[in-house]
Design a protein around this ligand. Sequence first.
Ligand SMILES: Cc1ncc(COP(=O)(O)O)c(C=O)c1O
Length: 414
Amino acid sequence: MAHLAIAGGTALRQAPFPAWPIWDQSDVQALQRVLQSGHWDALKGEEVSHFETEFAAYQGAAHGVAVTNGTVALKLALIAAGVGPVDEVIVPGYTFIATATAALELGAIPIFADVDPQTYTLDPDSVAACITSRTRAIMPVHLGGCPADMDGLLALARRHGLAVVEDAAQAWGASWNGCRVGTLGQCGIVSFHASKNLTAGEGGMVLCNDPDVASLVRSLSNCGRQPDGLWYAHYLLGGNYRLSEFQGAVLRSQLQRYPGQFARRQANAAYLTEALAAIDGVTPLSADPRVTANAYHMYFLKYDNERFGGIGKLRFIAAMRAEGITDLHAGYSLPAYRQPVMLAKNFGLAKPPFLNGSHAAVPDYGAVACPVTEYACDHEALWLRQNVLLGERRDMDDVVAAMDKIQRHLDEVP
Ligand SMILES: Cc1ncc(COP(=O)(O)O)c(C=O)c1O
């Protein structure tokens, strides 16, 4: 009789982890408030502008400009940081594709640096090796809610006169040395996509301390308008990247419960980290003491294949899911530089509008090698989704118990 669920035994756990997103009557009322007001866009209503003020204050930024999503926010933040065609922007290999394509869409060239094996965030030594006379900006990603080494990256940026644009898409409330991320550099961005810890289905925000940067981003996101200009007067090349009032209202409502959820994720993550000491072969990423708060969009684990009899990370995940740990994932299966789009001629487009004659400056991304990133993608990184950390302590115990069960019955894994 098999023990492991993947081999036909009984699953350790039947109950699902907490569902995501979370909503209640306060979200319904927020939506009704907008519906009944008749002010459905942010130019007439006040929900988005209140949310901008509330979230920027929460994140410790002087200004916040809400936009349609994190990808657009990255693009506008790069423009505001002065990035343009043929400029090089250093990004981590281990990230979501938007970190790189936001630069490409401006005709700028993403240059991939490797990540630190202890944190999976941008490694300052690898960044230093990528700096050339064409480098314009560094774009750290606070991956999974864990701040990158901002001391090291900001020092490099200062030495070489570079802008720092923080991709804090996954890091609402995360802090480095006691300062919330997003404005440690020139500016930063967050995402409010449905998977994110703070969400309205879609949405994003550019955060900054400089009022001129904020005005520029606002104009870029509002068809190039100016606050005192006529409705049909457009002063710079922008687009319509405005958030709707419905999204603004839901985000305000979600923000009310965010600090409580944040604290719960932190407490459960601390408990899980201790409990995982019992498992030889699955280790949480190390905590840099300068990371004073991790937002835990993901709880990252490092899987050691040898300690699991060489079954491989994908079969380990399949075995865990069969035991009922359904929210465990393999994460990015490819480094960003190995994504088909990065290897395709003209980035998959017949006539890429954004290259502006910069083709010659585009490196052969097929030749890029970031060993830590590649090892994380292929063999090591496991992601436990944020909703798991909203559960009870016994849910964390189940995660550890499932690993233990699999390790005790490795011979049953098909
Ligand atoms: C690291 C990172 N950067 C940028 C983005 C883009 O955000 P959005 O999906 O809101 O466009 C995401 C979203 O998944 C992300 O995880």
